[in-house]
Design a protein around this ligand. Sequence first.
Ligand SMILES: Nc1nc2c(ncn2[C@@H]2O[C@H](COP(=O)(O)OP(=O)(O)O)[C@@H](O)[C@H]2O)c(=O)[nH]1
Ligand SMILES: [Mg+2]
Length: 485
Amino acid sequence: MPREIITVQVGQCGNQIGCRFWEMALNEHAAYNAKARYDEALSSFFQNVDARRDPPVNVPVGDPIRALKARAVVVDMEEGVTNELLTGPMRDVFDSKQFITGQSGSGNNWACGSHHYGPMYRESLLEQVRRPVEEADSLQSFMLLHSLGGGTGSGLGSYLLAALADEYPDVYRFSVSVFPSDDDDVVTSPYNAMLSCAALAEHADCVLPVENQALMDIVQSIEAKSKNASPFGGRSGGVLSGSSLSGVDGGDVAGRAGHGGKPWDGMNGIAANLLLNLTAGMRFDGALNVDINEITMNLVPFPRLHFLLSSMSPVVTPADRGMTVPAPRTLDQIFSEVFSTDRQLASVDPRRNTYMACALLMRGAVNISDANRNVERLKRGLKMAHWVSDGFKVGLCDRAPVNSLYSATCLANNCAMQKPLSAICERFHKLRRKKVFLHHYTEYMDVEDIDGAAASIGSLAEEYARVDASRAPDAVPSIAPLGFR
Ligand SMILES: Nc1nc2c(ncn2[C@@H]2O[C@H](COP(=O)(O)OP(=O)(O)O)[C@@H](O)[C@H]2O)c(=O)[nH]1
Ligand SMILES: [Mg+2]
């Protein structure tokens, strides 16, 4: 069974989420790997290297753990975050050879990231990818972590995705793509988000959109609940004081504190947790193991409609930095919660729109009859496309998130996706009509390509709307027999 995943983290946001992800992945495996042996589960994300040898050699599955190295490629056009990675708590899982960095950044300009740095760094990027590809026995997919609002993650991330499609057409490409919020502080984010969405529609097999607004809302609601739960007004309630989710003081890789800005670390922890839950089925045993390629095959009936909405319950793991986030009480509740608006990682209510397909990835003490019973119960409240006969893919993985009894992660191919796409188009057109910032982009690319990308995203939103509106054709009217006189 194909099993390795190579993570490609690009730009500031991609590297921040990446860093949280590696930390949480190590925690999870440490909790379950009692014998300190390098097992199949670990091998999905990590190589085991004997660094005492020169050059270092790979240690096979079954042997003791020597040094775990992330199967990752780390890219940024500024040095700040990547330097922090190399010197911070995660430094041992990275190796400077995995890094590609520039000095001056992409100026929050998709076109600079894609059309300037892309060709300039093409060879070194591909060389950097080639190494972990060769180290893998049976590579399953590339996982791109990036934001759409800036210049490097969005532009160079888009370029790299297209290059991976060229070089490794058989390896799945999926992305966790952070959509900017309406109040985003990057003034050019409407251009960047629109241009990267067009590239994701073309070059990714599967995109998991994560909206910063939704992440912030979740973090704030956890914070509010923890305050209410505390008789002392919030410090000792559910969320520990000083933790990132409290929004007090978290700080992250680059030392950006949550206070006064966004609670980045808490937000990134949610995105990182999504990745852990999504890949649990391929890392650990279970009664119904689903890997991410299967998800794509089952959930994407039309190739361009591959943006899957995600939701989770519980939304963060209690083990994450010692936080005690109140978990829902019963198994049935966690099934219900993943369909509610406040657990969506995009600000939409999928229950109002049509589902083309849905995957429920359960972790922990959940059996197939629990899953079937809940699917039957919940399905009644959902609009399924008329041509879908079943539409639910269930995964059961034995290993719960650390310190939880169980968890649910839902991926939905749902027509509510038209809303974030239309919003991106609208924000772009507002600037484009007045030609604001346009010259920054035409410095690197033709205006026709910019408008072409906007038309492509507009038509993608319309495709979702069309599926949403489509109804089963009426039964063919029977022609009354004329009869004989
Ligand atoms: N969720 C999240 N979003 C971020 C983070 N850092 C930046 N962003 C968002 O990413 C966009 C800016 O992109 P950034 O990754 O900083 O630019 P890049 O380095 O040029 O790729 C804006 O929409 C920011 O709100 C982060 O750590 N977490
Ligand atoms: Mg940057």
